[in-house]
Write a protein that binds this ligand. Sequence first.
Ligand SMILES: [Zn+2]
Ligand SMILES: [Zn+2]
Length: 365
Amino acid sequence: MFWPALPGTGSIVAMTHHTVHAYAAPAPKAPLERTTVTRRELGEHDILIDIRFTGICHSDIHMARGEWGEGGHFPLVPGHEIAGVVAEVGPAVTRYAPGDRVGVGCFVDSCRTCENCLAGLEQYCTGELGMVGTYGDTGRDGRVTQGGYATGLVVDERYAVRIPDSLPLDAAAPLLCAGITLYSPLVHWKAGPGTKVAVVGLGGLGHIGVKIAHAMGAEVTVLSQTLRKKDDGLRLGADHFHATSDPATFEALAGTFDLVLNTVSAGLDLNAYFRLLRTDGTFVQLGVPDRPLPVAPFALIGGRRSFAGSKIGGIAETQEMLDFCGRHGITADVEVIPADRINEAYERVVAGDVRYRFVVDASTI
Ligand SMILES: [Zn+2]
Ligand SMILES: [Zn+2]
C-alpha cells in the first residue's frame, strides 16, 4: 500500500520519514511526557496533517491509564479530536490539497468492504480489520496507531474530514469526537422542531449536544446533578434545566421526552430515566460505565420505550456534522492549554473541573 520511490522522479514524498514531536504515556498510569513518533511514509492516498490542536477526550485518560481492557499499547500517544492543515499529499490523493483545513476523529481506517463500511457506518465495521482506532489500535500495516497529541499525523484521505472555514480550529477540534457522538443519535432519532430532547450531564459531550439539538430546533432540557451549571446550560441553548439530585424532577418530567441522551459514564438509576420518556421514546447510552447497569423491563414495556446505544458516527456523517456546525456557528467551549499541562488537565477532567473541553495547542508539543 506504500507508494514506492521511483528512481529519477525526484519524489521526496515517498522517501520522507515523518518523525514528529508527541506527548505519550510511557506506561499505564505514568504521567505523559514529551517524545517523538515516526509516522508512516505517505501512501498513495495518504495525507500528512500539520496538527494545530487536539482535544482531550475522557477516553484518552482511560486509555492512557490502562483502564479499558488488559495490556494496551505503550508508549501511547492519545488524542482523537484532531484539527490541522494538510501539509503534504500522496500521489493519488484527490480530496485534499496542501493548505486545506482538516480533522481526524476516533478512527483512521476500517475494512472498507463490509456492509457497514459500504453504508458509511465505518464505526460499526464488522470486517476482519474492524474500525481502526486513531490510537492504541493496530492498523492494516500491522503498526500500532498513535494519536493526535503530536505535531503531525499521516492518514488515508478517506478518513479525514474537512473543517469549514467559519470554524476556528481550536474550538472545532472537539467536534471530531464529542460533536459527532451527539450529532449522530440526534439525527438518527430525528430530533427537530416539535421534539423534546433531554441531555443528561453537561460536560464535554453534553454541552455540544445542547448546542446541536437546539440548532436542530428541538426543545432541549439539561438534566444535571445540581443547578450549578444552569446559567451555562441556558446560554448554550437549553430551554429548561433540572437537577437530578431533586426527586421532584423525576415526578415533574415523567413521560416528557422523545429522546434522552445520556452522556454520563457513572452509574445512574436507568429505570428512573426511562420513565421520563413518552410513549415510543428512546433513551440512548453514550457514556461507558465501568460496570453493568440493572434494567427493570417494566420501565420500558410501559410506554413501548427503547434503550439504545450509539457510537460516534461514520465519515460521511462526521462531514455532515461539521458542515452543520459550520452553518450554525457551533463549536465547543474550550480551554486551550500548552502540552506541558496535559497531566494537570487530566486531573481536572477527572474532577469535572473544565468548561467544557481542554484543547492542546500542538505548537507547544
Ligand atoms: Zn473521544
Ligand atoms: Zn468494514
